[in-house]
Design a protein around this ligand. Structure first.
Ligand code: NAG
Ligand code: NAG
Ligand code: NAG
Ligand code: NAG
Ligand code: NAG
Ligand code: NAG
Length: 679
């Protein structure tokens, strides 16, 4: 069964290892492509060397970090001469390519890095590029030199745009930066041309430091020849930054938005000019090399190897399948409250977690539809499978399940039980026949919701939130209120899903960090700064939901006109002009209760207030919606234009800058139980 791919792999490996040119001398090295089994490059995080010979720093998964350093530390100072401790000159060039997940929207970039360590284990993803974290920004003990190739504009770090090159010393705020461009050395005069870093095409960069004149220069070009003029030139003595020996390499990360970052070739030299790479001779990103020499030898070798592997595999697999359905229950799992399902039962219910039963996926994991066959009935269930890297994180979370399992409200999706299998947590919920609200608001083919239905759904969600915030034993903050998490039962009652789940991601690998869990456009501005979710950050997200339901569009619409991109700004503009009717979803065909629509818009704007203190509580929201209390005048509320989107802050997931608005591009999951979060 695995025969064809296996021997293909063997051929490719053989071809690749034969075609990659590299060498090293003292103070100098050169890679025209990378060797898969090389020991010369130390990889960390998501970085891998692919068999076609490319070094991939990150794939397009959200919030991954990738590091790749030359394994041998480099001497940057003369140890023997105590009177001359000046850093050496150095020169490097490398070819890179950035392929964004969505055309035009990528994140976050990478940096050529010189650092005392080849681990950088305290680096954060997103705008920190895996280099630093909020605590060590600017600290002289970092001894960090980086030239960043940044594809997201972070206002926190005064980034000039979302396509720039910058020189960073111990800090993520660049000492000097320039928009990505290059000089063409024409016969008559040189010209500057723009260059798109995340176009997906290969770009060569040269970084040269001349220590005799303290001059650092950066050049870019889409070709193999080094331009005479630098695009960035900076006067700096790097001696205090550099230690005697340092590691050189690359660091990269993704955020809410992501790109795959590739290095295709790299040369480096101390006290001399590094050899320029010939782009034609580098491994190509798109297609595998199609050389046919040695193919015959490779086929024979490949076939025999794959035969051996096949035999081993079949015996291995049969043993594995015997073990697979075996549940391991540990002591700490026994005391937990809600029903603990045997894995076998859920495996059966979902037809072995088959793809055809997959009804949703998102930040938290995959959701399958299942049917539980009981002695005298059949129950439809939604089975959510969550993989977690750390067993300890799971253990701590499972103690929370008890609390979540106790939550009962007609506007919440009920948790029926759970199960753990190794590092997979499986949660079993009531199945919601009518799927999630976003399908009804944003997708054309489904029957459109009438205003009465929309209003009833809104109130249902509000009741659910009041319960979570105030009425249950212990305040539960939802943290990911959005249309995709509002599910509709067979009577079109709104039921909130995924409550409490965000807590699972509280405990990342690094205990000192807080991750901001949530979805772009629903994230309250203070959340990106403090990272601390509160009931009023839930209210903010609820406000976004209200406006969505009225307007029939997402909080951030990439395809909209610029002035309509951010929903709340647009609604606020119309409100001030007294033209609220323009924002109402035209798909309702003008049939709606004007007073109610106005009420919902107004409450939505109040909830979207920048300042958490000025937002109403969910209890107040319910009173407004039920018209028990008259709404205050809106003038006092300052929804500042777009500012909240610009803010980025410490913590994971704060890559939600204006330019990184793409999160909703993939909002349309094919699910009747949509999950998201951690995104
Ligand atoms: C890689 O490592 C091998 C063995 O240590 C060495 O012979 C070779 O020169 C190195 N190549 C480069 C480019 O550093
Ligand atoms: C991307 O890399 C991360 C980190 O190594 C890994 O967990 C994830 O599975 C990868 N995703 C894909 C789609 O390859
Ligand atoms: C430093 O001195 C040692 C021994 O005296 C010598 O082997 C080494 O090459 C010298 N290093 C440099 C950079 O001059
Ligand atoms: C040390 O460096 C100084 C200044 O560059 C130079 O004049 C001197 O000759 C060097 N001494 C040795 C032992 O290399
Ligand atoms: C800089 O980092 C060092 C070592 O991590 C730490 O002791 C020091 O307090 C930091 N300084 C500042 C200003 O944060
Ligand atoms: C630039 O680099 C120096 C270190 O040489 C640092 O002290 C300074 O704060 C940096 N930042 C800016 C914005 O110049």
């Amino acid at each position: 069964m695995a025969k064809t791919p296996l021997f293909l792999l063997c051929i490719l490996t053989l071809l690749a290892s034969n075609s990659i040119q590299s060498y090293a001398q003292q103070h100098e090295f050169f890679f025209a492509g990378f060797n898969e089994d090389t020991t010369n490059i130390t990889l960390n995080g998501g970085a891998v060397i692919e068999h076609k010979g490319t070094l991939r720093l990150t794939n397009d998964t959200e919030r991954v970090i990738g590091h790749a350093f030359y394994s041998t530390p480099i001497n940057f100072k003369n140890k023997n001469n105590s009177t001359n401790h000046k850093v050496f000159s150095f020169s490097t060039s490398f070819a890179f390519a950035i392929i964004p997940q969505y055309p035009k929207l990528g994140g976050h970039g990478f940096a050529f890095t010189v650092s005392p360590s080849n681990k950088l284990s305290n680096g954060y993803p997103s705008q920190y590029l895996g280099l630093l974290n909020p605590k060590d920004l600017g600290n002289f003990s970092n001894h960090l030199f980086a030239v960043e190739f940044d594809t997201v504009q972070d206002f926190e770090f005064n980034d000039i745009n979302d396509n720039h090159v910058g020189i960073n010393l111990n800090n993520m705020v660049s000492n000097k930066s320039v928009k990505a461009c290059f000089f063409t050395d024409g016969s008559t005069s040189k010209q500057v041309q723009d260059l798109n870093l995340k176009s997906g095409s290969v770009i060569q960069a040269w970084i040269d430091y001349d220590s005799s004149i303290n001059q650092l220069e950066v050049r870019l070009s889409p070709s193999s020849s080094k331009p005479t003029s630098p695009i960035l030139s900076y006067q700096v003595d790097l001696t205090p930054i550099f230690k005697e020996t340092m590691y050189v390499g690359f660091s990269s990360s993704t955020g809410l938005l992501s790109s795959s970052h590739y290095i295709l070739g790299w040369s480096f030299k101390i006290n001399g000019e590094s050899k320029t790479l010939s782009l034609k001779k580098l491994p190509s990103l798109s297609s595998h090399s199609n050389k046919t020499t040695q193919t015959r030898k490779a086929i024979i070798l490949g076939l025999s190897i794959s035969f051996v592997i096949l035999v081993v595999l079949t015996t291995g697999l049969s043993v594995y399948f015997k073990m697979k359905n075996y549940d391991v229950i540990e002591a700490w799992e026994l005391e937990v409250g809600p029903h603990r399902f045997p894995y076998k039962e859920l495996n059966q219910a979902t037809g072995g977690f088959k793809d055809k039963n997959l009804i949703g996926f998102g930040g938290f994991g995959r959701v399958y539809k299942g049917v539980l066959v009981l002695p005298n009935s059949k129950t439809e269930i939604a089975v959510k499978q969550i993989s977690h890297e750390s067993k300890q994180g799971l253990q701590e979370f499972i103690s929370e399940i008890e609390t979540i399992g106790k939550l009962r409200h007609r506007n919440l999706v009920e948790l029926l039980g759970w199960c753990r299998k190794q590092n997979d947590l499986i949660l079993v919920y009531d199945f919601m026949k009518n799927g999630s609200l976003d399908k009804y608001i944003f997708e054309q083919p489904r029957a459109m919701l009438k205003w009465e239905e929309r209003f009833r759904i809104i109130k249902g969600v509000a009741f659910g939130l009041v319960y979570l915030h105030e009425e249950c034993e212990q305040t539960v903050i939802h943290r990911d209120v959005k249309a995709g998490n509002v599910l509709l039962d067979c009577e079109m009652n709104a039921r909130l899903g995924d409550f409490g789940l965000a807590k699972l991601y509280d405990r990342g690998e690094n205990p000192n960090t807080t991750r901001v869990v949530g979805t772009l456009g629903y994230l309250a501005p203070e959340l990106t700064r403090t990272g601390k979710p509160t009931t009023s950050s839930d209210v903010f997200a609820f406000g976004a939901l209200l406006l969505e339901v009225v307007c029939g569009r997402r909080p951030i619409e990439v395809k909209a006109l610029p002035e309509e991109l951010v929903l709340v700004d647009w609604v606020w503009d119309r409100w001030r002009l007294g033209a609220v009717k323009e924002v109402v979803d035209c798909k309702m065909g003008g049939v709606y209760d004007e007073v109610e629509v106005l009420l919902v818009v107004k409450v939505g704007l109040m909830c979207s207030d920048e300042s958490p203190e000025r937002r109403p509580t969910m209890r107040q929201v319910v009173r407004y919606l039920e018209r028990e209390v008259k709404l205050p005048e809106l003038d006092g509320f300052g929804v500042k234009k777009k500012d909240f989107l610009y803010s980025t802050g410490s913590g994971f997931g704060s890559g939600n800058t204006w330019s990184s608005v793409g999160d909703d591009v993939d909002g349309g999951y094919v699910s009747s139980f949509t999950l998201s979060g951690g995104r």
